[in-house]
Design a protein around this ligand. Structure first.
Ligand SMILES: Nc1ncnc2c1ncn2[C@@H]1O[C@H](COP(=O)(O)OP(=O)(O)OP(=O)(O)O)[C@@H](O)[C@H]1O
Ligand SMILES: [Mg+2]
Length: 440
């Protein structure tokens, strides 16, 4: 523990883990004035900039790697952000925060949440970044309601999550769009919030990324978009946003932001899976009663031995299981990699043995909201049952309506070992034959 005095209008850079208590004076942090007796924490791996509004005396406790230092505020963005964000009237507004990776989206979301709380509003918050989600587990978009000041979105209780199958939005942006719209509506209509703030992922420069961000703005009825600009990364996005009826506020990214590389992000996600799923237990699910929505095994047509033999001969491989729905079929065959073959006008998706092992899945309710994440261990084709690892604490088995396959394979240590992109190809194949319901 350390006690420190700071002059007025000084800037502090605080690297977590750290906790700070104001003894005397006033400290401005993420849109909030902390006065005598109040305190806040900075999480591990995060940096928060504070500004003293008067002579201050603070007490700090630093964890390993925690650090606190006064910095030259000449390049600091606190005041610029504050001025720009104070032009937003939050009541009855939906605000979307956009920008590339590491520009401060989550931080700006936090500031907006605090500003709403300061106005006495019930603020709906959506973390729409399935890669680095701070409200719910990775692979979801998650929502919460804030009624008190925070320094990190992780301090918010997860109210609602929708599983979007993967952490890379570019493969599932259509589904994410539907899910975000749905969860925004839910916050307005079922939770009676006074404002909604949406944090987004860092995918902004490809054509589809821009299309996604524009549609998100339109479909959620957002009236303000905050774009955090670093270099010319967001130029194309800004150009398109200017064409639609939304108030666009552009702010600079902080000069000293901590950058997280791919490995950092992956490790953080893996910690997210294990924190969520461990300790775990095994759940037996009858897939005839609780089907896999994006691969509805056991409700199609089974062949007799004669036809199976013909198919086996025609494909020239051993087939362990095969099932057909109209013009599409799924087989478990002796292949190394996923493939689609055509026999007599029927497209057969052939999956390798053990294709399911370690696949991240969601157990969902009838409205497609997440009840629990799980890891698929095995499917028994003779009985139609699946074994899924779920958190030991999961008790809502009775509410499970169906299972949704994800596109990430994890090993026993919850490390991501494969992005299983063929799940999308199976879905397209089955959708093209009208076999899958349009969910969401
Ligand atoms: N004004 C600032 N000065 C220095 N560092 C900052 C400032 N604001 C935020 N940071 C730090 O910069 C890092 C990136 O910020 P943040 O997580 O808000 O960005 P992001 O755009 O959400 O990143 P991601 O792409 O990972 O979602 C974080 O460690 C954050 O604590
Ligand atoms: Mg973020």
């Amino acid at each position: 523990m350390e006690i420190q005095s700071i002059g007025p209008n000084e800037f502090l850079s605080i690297d977590g883990p750290a906790s700070v208590r104001v003894i005397d004076g006033r400290l401005y942090v993420l849109g909030v004035e902390y006065g005598p007796g109040s305190s806040f924490t900075v999480m591990r791996g995060r940096r928060i900039i504070a500004k003293s509004l008067s002579e201050c005396k603070i007490e700090t406790v630093l964890g390993p790697d925690g650090k606190i230092e006064t910095i030259n505020g000449a390049n600091e963005v606190i005041d610029i952000w504050d001025k720009a964000l104070s032009t937003i009237r939050l009541r009855n507004s939906t605000v979307v925060v956009m920008g590339a990776m590491d520009v401060g989206k989550t931080t700006v979301t936090t500031i907006l949440v605090n500003k709403g709380v300061k106005e006495g509003l019930k603020v709906g918050v959506i973390d729409g970044d399935p890669g680095q989600n701070d409200i719910g587990p990775p692979t979801t978009i998650s929502a919460s309601i804030a009624t008190s000041f925070i320094t990190h979105l992780t301090q918010l209780r997860n109210l609602r999550s929708i599983f979007v199958k993967t952490t890379s939005i570019e493969h599932v942006w259509d589904y994410v769009l539907n899910s975000m719209t749905k969860i925004v509506n839910e916050l307005w209509h079922n939770y009676n919030v006074d404002a909604v703030v949406i944090n987004t992922d860092g995918w902004i420069s490809e054509e589809n990324a821009i299309k996604f961000k524009l549609e998100l703005t339109r479909r959620t009825g957002a009236n303000h978009v905050v774009v955090i600009k670093r270099g010319d990364e967001s130029t194309d996005l800004l150009k398109e946003l200017m064409k639609i009826a939304v108030n666009v506020i552009t702010i600079p990214s902080p000069p000293n932001a901590r950058v997280r590389d791919r490995d950092d992000r992956k490790i953080r996600r893996e910690m997210g899976y294990s924190k969520y799923l461990m300790p775990s237990r095994e759940l037996n699910v009858n897939l005839r009663e609780k089907p896999i929505v994006n691969l509805p095994l056991f409700n199609g047509l089974r062949y007799d031995n004669y036809i199976t033999r013909l198919i086996r001969r025609s494909l020239n491989m051993a087939i362990h299981y095969i099932e057909q729905w109209r013009g599409a079929a799924v087989a478990i065959g002796n292949v190394k990699d996923f493939q689609i073959r055509n026999i007599g006008g029927v497209n057969i998706a052939i999956l390798p043995m053990n294709w399911e092992r370690g696949l991240l899945v969601a157990l969902e309710d009838r409205d497609n909201y997440l009840l629990s994440l799980g890891v698929l261990r095995k499917i028994y084709y003779n009985t139609g049952k699946a074994v899924i690892s779920v958190p030991k604490t999961f008790i809502n088995e009775g509410l499970v309506d169906h299972i949704r396959l994800g596109m990430i394979r994890v090993n026993d240590n919850y490390e991501e070992v494969e992005k299983v992109l063929y799940i999308n190809r199976i879905e397209s194949l089955l959708s093209s034959q009208n076999i899958l319901e349009n969910s969401n």
